[in-house]
Design a protein around this ligand. Sequence first.
Ligand code: PLP
Length: 397
Amino acid sequence: MVISKKVKNALQGASWVRRMFEEGEELKRLHGADNVFDFSLGNPNLEPPASLKNALKALADCPIPGMHRYMPNCGYSETRTAIAEYLAEESGLPFKEKHVVMTVGAAGGLNVIFKSILDEGDEVIVPSPYFMEFKFYIENSGGQIRLVQTHEDFSLDLKEIEKAIHEKTKAVLVNSPNNPTGVVYDDASLKKLGELLKKKSKELGKNLYLISDEAYRRIVFDGIKLPIMFNTYPHTIRVTSHSKDLSLPGERIGYVAVSPLCEEADDLIAAIVFANRVLGFVNAPALMQRLVAPLQKNSVNVRIYEEKRDLFYDALKAYGYDVVKPQGAFYFFPKAPIEDDVAFVKELQAKRILTVPGTGFGKPGYFRIAYAVDKKVIEGSLLGFKEVAMKYGIGRR
Ligand SMILES: Cc1ncc(COP(=O)(O)O)c(C=O)c1O
């Protein structure tokens, strides 16, 4: 045996998202890419804003001396300052450069947070369904994931969270807008979560952390304003990236921001910077740090995702699918008409439609549709969705 038992086990439970994506590649080879409707991967299909491309060109034409060299592990001062100013304006809190650490995407950000706060056996509470990579990231640092169920509409079940908190709990991780459900947590439930964490921190004699994964923060619909988590609880850490809002997932640029109200902010930030170094990220990509600094208020045209949501949601409802209307991100998480979500996903696959079983997100009986794809892929898939709905007797027309 050449690989570790831990990794071997992880590989055996291989990611459903990747598995479906790979099966899709095979289908595309057999039937041609235009005849396969691939909703397996949350890979933004919009191009980054023109302003980013122009800035990239300008930088290539007039390079800044030393711009490819090593830098402080926390990232460039100008970028961190620009983000701190944005966060201060958004939250009304005194964010400074020191509160922001540039990371290799949100994935890198989550890993440096867990490395910074977890001792062997410490627990992180995660509402389920959830983004499966969380489990691996927590385990990378010796921690354990503790799942709690959400309500039927995927909103937070605070009673379940309260029951799950105990001496080993280090943090609660929430993700809104959510992958895989697209649900956005409302102000009231987040305020209650903040109150609960304050109460429990007092009882336990330590500050629990609230980790807020806001990878989809700017992908929201229906004119809603996303609550500011920093204003609900002092020991909040935001992790986010420009993978989705600026359509840059391949460039691996994100950041972690620690609330200025966090009592242990200085120690925590020092630990995060150290973790960035020793996990081998060293620092976030240099070129991207320069390019995203002035774009903190920019994003791709979110209306395009909203139009796709509307088109797809109306059709799925008309065919009889039981689906919560998402207000953010680019996912649907409908109930499968049969108990066996893996079998149901196979039915869709027979129509050359690729989705991911809910089992891959800790919620059997459901399936995920990632709709950051061209409109014609959605339109091309609708007949297949309808036929499968008819087959299982949920179809209305
Ligand atoms: C909920 C959530 N968090 C984090 C990530 C990782 O994002 P990044 O590309 O910034 O590493 C993703 C990616 O899909 C995600 O869905």
